[in-house]
Design a protein around this ligand. Structure first.
Ligand SMILES: Nc1nc2c(ncn2[C@@H]2O[C@H](COP(=O)(O)OP(=O)(O)O)[C@@H](O)[C@H]2O)c(=O)[nH]1
Ligand SMILES: [Mg+2]
Length: 200
């Protein structure tokens, strides 16, 4: 099983981007003898994962809504992943964290306590329009989420100026110089190469 953990603030565009990635995985996968994808949702948000898309696309969703998987629900997440491995063993699992989670903590505990994981990655979604505001309000959380990302997606670039985008990019690169950084808009087409990179 390959795992991708999505972190980033509530409203940053995690679910929208997960839906795009889910379509990519379903379209690209050539494996026919086992389920392709399970999505684990830890947050009730503006954008839901549409049941109809789910059924036609051949993936399923598990919901863990009673707390945050990086702390109070850490054990529940581990149990859920181990159950999924035993009963479904999909090619991919995507996890959407709550907006207040540290995705690196989720990754660390999964690496320690779960079975069946071949690859695990953190994708952090940054709301380009609100990054500066959120950094003022809660600097530690924003920095840690960006720092935890193997990949950082600067989202909602349709809503900001070139200048603001440049500032956001510099800010992200300053916090995390190791991450692959991409500028995206979940409302527009995502360049094909991006999801290949994320899943590669
Ligand atoms: N303009 C614009 N809106 C976006 C973009 N990505 C997401 N949204 C909107 O932002 C809101 C929150 O997105 P959602 O995917 O639910 O964020 P989540 O809370 O991080 O899962 C929704 O109304 C989306 O339609 C984007 O790139 N551009
Ligand atoms: Mg969401």
């Amino acid at each position: 099983m390959n795992l991708i953990i999505f972190g980033g603030f509530l409203g940053s565009g995690k679910t929208s981007l997960i839906l795009s990635l889910a379509h990519h995985i379903i379209d690209k996968s050539v494996i026919i003898d086992k389920p392709k994808l399970v999505i684990i949702e830890n947050e009730i948000g503006e954008t839901g994962i549409d049941d109809k898309i789910l059924k036609s696309g051949g993936y399923s969703v598990k919901e863990l809504f009673a707390g945050c998987i990086c702390c109070t629900l850490s054990v529940d997440l581990t149990t859920t992943i181990n159950d999924i491995y035993r009963n479904i063993n999909p090619e991919w699992i995507i996890i959407e964290c709550t907006g207040i989670a540290y995705p690196g903590m989720v990754m660390d505990s999964l690496k320690k306590y779960t079975q069946g994981i071949d690859m695990i990655k953190v994708v952090t979604v940054v709301d380009a329009e609100r990054m500066e505001e959120l950094t003022d309000i809660t600097p530690v959380l924003v920095e840690k989420q960006v720092k935890d990302g193997d990949v950082v997606l600067i989202n909602k670039i349709d809503l900001i100026s070139e200048e603001e985008l440049k500032k956001a990019e510099e800010h992200v690169a300053e916090i995390n110089s190791n991450a692959k950084i991409y500028k995206v808009s979940a409302n527009q087409d995502i360049v094909k190469g991006l999801w290949n990179e994320v899943t590669g």
